[in-house]
Design a protein around this ligand. Structure first.
Ligand code: 6PG
Length: 243
């Protein structure tokens, strides 16, 4: 599993470089008249990337992107904690992405129902790979200090799921219902990019990238693309324990 590690001096430099890389891939898709299937991550880290991408809203035909989320809090889309809501405020409201290409997880309905609907939507909109599972071109992921990613939390039964591509789960700390991609779907992707900034994540980053024994507890360590590529985009602070 090739791990491509990119370390940047600041979160701003990370966001700028990642935006350029993403836009270059998007241009390739546009030039070859193909659609890009992309899943955004949640939490606060992607905010800088969203702002950076929004600066290039007129530079590209965003009609060649189908946009999904790798997890969501089960709240209405206009709720301050909504991952979709954050992306809408910082990015989608600035981009000419056709509404029919934006596929949000429905946080305002019961989680199990939302999971069933989203799995059907993904299977309808995302072409399958050789294994018959939907294969995203690009999935962004964040990393929690406990090693969680998306809404796959340490010790959760959802980590053992092999026959479903999404799952309704509960945040172990807050009890908040969540909807998340499962590992089979994530590991099917052509490209997976972790975006991690801040010194608070440095230990868990080092544990995972150095494959220390503790990683068996970290869901993020189970992100190992079957055929795709795994990238880690870190700022210097998050990489500070890698020396
Ligand atoms: C969520 C995310 C979650 C997040 C990490 C990092 O819905 O919260 O999917 O996995 O990416 O917790 O969050 P921060 O970027 O806020 O540190």
């Amino acid at each position: 599993m090739p791990t491509n590690l990119k370390i940047f001096s600041s979160p701003e430099e990370l966001a700028r470089e990642l935006a350029f890389e993403f836009l270059a891939e998007l241009q390739k898709k546009y030039n070859s008249a193909e659609m890009m299937t992309l899943a955004l991550s949640g939490g606060s880290t992607p905010a800088l990337l969203f702002r950076e991408l929004s600066l290039y809203s007129q530079r590209l035909d965003w009609g060649c992107v189908k946009l999904f989320w790798s997890d969501e809090r089960m709240v209405p889309p206009d709720h301050p904690q909504s991952n979709y809501g954050l992306a809408k405020r910082l990015l989608l409201d600035e981009l000419p992405i056709p509404a029919q290409n934006i596929f949000r997880m429905e946080g305002e309905i019961p989680a199990e129902e939302a999971a069933e609907k989203y799995m059907a939507l993904i299977r309808q909109e995302v072409p399958a790979g050789e294994d018959g599972l939907p294969q995203f071109d690009w999935i962004f992921l964040g990393l929690g200090e406990d090693g969680h990613t998306a809404s796959l939390f340490p010790g959760s039964d959802s980590l053992q799921i092999r026959d479903k591509i999404c799952a309704a789960v509960i945040h172990p700390g807050s009890g908040q219902p969540r909807l998340t991609f499962t590992l089979p779907l994530i590991n099917q992707a052509r490209k997976i990019a972790f975006l991690v900034t801040g010194v608070s994540k440095s230990r868990v980053v080092a544990d995972i990238l150095k494959q220390r024994p503790s990683v068996s507890n970290y869901p993020a360590a189970a992100v190992q693309p079957l055929k795709g590529e795994l990238y880690w985009y870190l700022d210097k602070a998050a990489a500070s324990d890698l020396k």
